[in-house]
Design a protein around this ligand. Structure first.
Ligand code: GTP
Ligand code: MG
Length: 341
């Protein structure tokens, strides 16, 4: 075990901070470190917090930290800053909303910038979550704006995804468009001190009900339903099985005042119990791992192939451009050349 690895597992915050940087920047040796700490991971409960800019994600996260700490649990937070085609850089905003926890040794907050990021952001986030997990955080929260595909991908690294909405922002419609609805395990209708919270709740309820009905209808004809991307088989004998489905609860809250936060925690706990305690939940967890492996394999293969083939790829591009070959045959030939190495 390396010195850094040992110190992380001993709960040294500076070692954790350095490891997070190394992993994020993919400094030499970062993979060895991740391999080393992997056996010590898997204990943290990972919560993704997503939603439109300004919905109140950071304010809510601050309250979640408060609650978890009150329950004696240590918390790691990763704020993925969209560096901002969208918000103009939320790092400061995110950190400021949580500064009161900055001196608490049981809280560890880090920001990741997305601009100019090496490799996949979701992979980086997942690796950083593992560092915090090995470091001993009981809960790891990943805050990310739910706008782009990259950002949504990040929520797939979480066990449970909390989607934060604010009434009157048209968030519900946005959510459907962006595909947020499918990723949500729990909905928080924040800013319930403002007008429109109740109608936002009703809209969401309706959309979820419609979504569920569609799933059931599809399940009856196809023999399975989809939860997110997980295919869950429905046995012909029990088409109404509820275990296979998780219907995301909707919780109203006022993060600035800390109202409704206990209900959100309770909903997240229930979702965790569903993941841990049901076949469908476990299938989902397994699917995420399969996705990770596939993604990592793809990345490694492409690196190896571009390294081995070098100029041949450029030549193939020119050939396709000149129409002396079609791109499909060119791909087959490149693959054959790579295999022959
Ligand atoms: N009235 C009201 N305002 C709130 C509530 N929660 C958050 N806000 C305010 O909404 C604004 C945005 O809050 P943030 O927590 O920074 O929102 P965010 O979703 O993290 O924003 P980005 O990270 O920039 O996407 C701040 O001014 C908060 O004080 C709430 O429950 N009620
Ligand atoms: Mg924020």
């Amino acid at each position: 075990m390396s010195d850094l690895g040992t110190r992380i597992e001993a709960g040294d915050p500076r070692a954790a901070a350095r490891a997070m940087r190394n992993v994020d920047d993919r400094m030499p040796g970062y993979l060895e470190l991740l391999k080393e700490i992997f056996p010590r991971t898997g204990r943290a409960f990972v919560v993704g917090v997503t939603g439109n800019p300004g919905a109140g994600k950071s304010t809510l996260t601050d309250r979640l930290i408060e609650r978890y700490r009150a329950g004696g649990r240590s918390v790691g937070v990763i704020c993925v800053d969209p560096s901002s085609p969208y918000t103009g850089g939320a790092i400061l905003g995110d950190r400021i909303r949580m500064t009161r926890h900055a001196t608490d040794p049981g809280v560890f907050i880090r920001s990741v910038a997305t601009r100019g990021h090496l490799g996949g952001l979701s992979r980086s986030a997942r690796d950083m979550v593992r560092v915090l997990d090995a470091y001993g955080c009981d809960v790891v929260i990943v805050e990310t704006v739910g706008v782009g595909q990259d950002e949504l991908e990040i929520t797939r690294t979480a066990h449970s995804t909390l989607v934060v909405m604010a009434p009157g922002m048209g968030d519900e419609v946005q959510a459907i468009k962006a595909g947020i609805l499918e990723t949500a395990d729990v909905f928080a209708v924040n800013k319930a001190d403002r007008d429109g919270a109740d109608s936002a709740m009703r809209d969401l309820e309706l959309m979820i009900a419609l979504g569920t009905e569609t799933m059931v209808a599809v399940g009856k004809t196809k023999g399975h339903v989809m939860h997110g991307a997980v295919k869950v088989d429905i046995l012909p004998s029990c088409p109404e099985t509820t275990e296979a489905r998780w219907t995301p609860p909707i919780v109203k809250c006022v993060s600035t005042r800390g109202e409704g936060i206990a209900d959100i925690l309770e909903a997240l706990d229930r979702h965790k119990a569903w993941i841990d305690g049901t076949e469908a939940g476990r299938a989902r967890r397994r699917l995420r791992l399969a996705e990770e492996l596939r993604e990592s394999l793809r990345e490694t293969l492409i690196e190896a192939a571009t390294g081995a083939l070098g100029r041949e790829i450029e030549r193939a591009v020119s050939d396709v451009e000149a129409k002396s070959i079609d791109p499909y045959t060119a791909t087959e030939q490149l693959l054959a050349a790579f295999r022959a190495r």
